[in-house]
Design a binder for this molecule. Structure first.
Ligand code: PLP
Length: 396
């Protein structure tokens, strides 16, 4: 039997390679950081991690993880409702709620699970889910697991959203779902207008803050801080795997009745293991740090503005950003790959994205800034962009 299946897989993989879509993994031999060592022994500057606050290798978080490991052990060997809830799990859930100004939170193994487990327990075929066209894959999968009617509006298009809300007026409940920051352009969803439309058309609002939490808003509290609408979004999902230390873990935070129902019925929560104590202990310490100082957010905002300004001065075509994601537009797929390869030769690690990850003819290099970047790192990146940009005729 396996013979035929093996052939089938080999053909599929060959066609992925032919289409130029085969993903090779670059091997890193150092901790995650602004400077990393790759398996060839070279040191490169990393501009493609979601390590927005530079916490992935933070000594305080490593210390907190070690303390939790010593005091609460390695693993829980249980789901939360059997014997997998320690005092620190509840403490982290409260810290997340305090951070976002919400009522309660529930932890998951990842945000992929938070999104996978949020719709099915709350909505059924009488309801409508109205989703931004560029929402993350985990939201798309979560919506698929739910019987609710599906509506899709063009990215950030409030006219289109309003049309879909009108179409969905007969549904029992309506929920508008959006990423806070969209990962390819770095644009922020207009959540202030979304909340206004939700009030007008009697809908709930859910925002996935994976790329916005810790980043967006003056103190990094995410889109509800940016738009001065704290407490007005019914459900927020997010990850501990990006700005918040980069290890693993996801959460849903919001209205307490919603969280209570998820604890009863959300399948990835009920049927998957509890987060390990080390991750939970470091998570608690991380949220304490967020309360102590805004230094990292300020550094990140400064670094992003500094990079954007210098790149614009050189004549690069950049998407406007409201996050730490900067899209350097090249439009041509092959050019984006050549550009990224030459940047790596200059010691700058970035990724070129092209169709189908972004629309056809919209190829780009995505640069992700971090609070861990020093000015000299950014200067080196900009100089490399200038050198490669001139060589490939992208800038004059
Ligand atoms: C990264 C990301 C996720 C997945 O988060 P994990 O915790 O890694 O599973 C979900 N939603 C969005 C918008 C993301 O960017």
């Amino acid at each position: 039997m396996y013979g035929k299946f093996k052939e089938h897989l080999q053909q599929e993989v060959a066609s992925i390679k032919e289409a130029g879509l085969y993903k090779d993994e670059r091997i890193i031999t150092s901790p995650q950081g602004a400077e990393i060592t790759i398996s060839t022994g070279e040191k490169v500057l990393n501009f493609c991690a979601n390590n927005y606050l530079g916490l992935s290798n933070n000594p305080k978080l490593i210390g907190a993880a070690k303390d939790a490991l010593d005091q609460r052990g390695y693993g829980m060997s249980s789901v939360r409702f059997i014997c997998g809830t320690q005092d620190i799990h509840r403490e982290l859930e409260r810290k997340i709620a305090d951070f976002f100004g919400t009522e309660d939170s529930i932890l998951y193994a990842a945000c992929f699970d938070a999104n996978g487990g949020i719709f099915e327990p709350l909505f059924n075929g009488d309801d409508a889910i109205i989703s931004d066209a560029l929402n993350h894959a985990s939201i798309i999968d979560g919506v698929r697991l739910c019987k609710a009617q599906r509506f899709r509006y063009a990215n950030g298009d409030m006219g289109d959203l309003e049309n879909k809300l009108q179409e969905a007026q007969k549904a029992r409940f309506r929920v508008i779902v959006t990423d806070g920051v969209f990962s390819m352009d770095g644009n922020v969803a207009p959540v202030d207008e979304i909340v206004r439309l939700a009030e007008q058309y009697d809908a709930l609002v859910m925002v996935d803050e994976s790329h916005s939490a810790g980043v967006v808003g003056e103190t990094g509290r995410g889109v509800t801080e940016l738009f001065h609408i704290r407490g007005k979004v019914d459900m927020i999902t997010g990850t501990l795997g990006k700005a918040f230390g980069g290890a693993i873990g996801g959460y849903t935070t919001g209205r307490k009745e919603i969280i209570e129902m998820l604890r009863q019925r959300s399948r990835p929560y009920l049927f998957s293991n509890s987060l390990p104590p080390a991750v939970v202990g470091a998570g608690i310490r991380m949220f304490e740090m967020m309360d102590e100082t805004n230094e990292l957010q300020e550094k990140l905002h400064h670094n992003t503005a500094y990079f954007m300004d210098n790149m614009k001065k050189l004549g690069f075509d950049l998407k406007p950003t409201q996050s730490a994601i900067c899209a350097v537009m090249l439009y041509d797929a092959k050019l984006s790959q050549d550009f990224a390869r030459l940047l790596l030769d200059e010691g700058i690690y970035v990724i070129g994205f092209y169709y189908p990850v972004v629309p056809r003819g919209q190829a780009r290099i995505r640069v992700q800034l971090s609070a861990a970047h020093k000015t000299e790192h950014i200067d080196k990146a900009v100089a490399a962009f200038e050198k490669v940009g001139r060589k490939l005729g992208v800038i004059g």
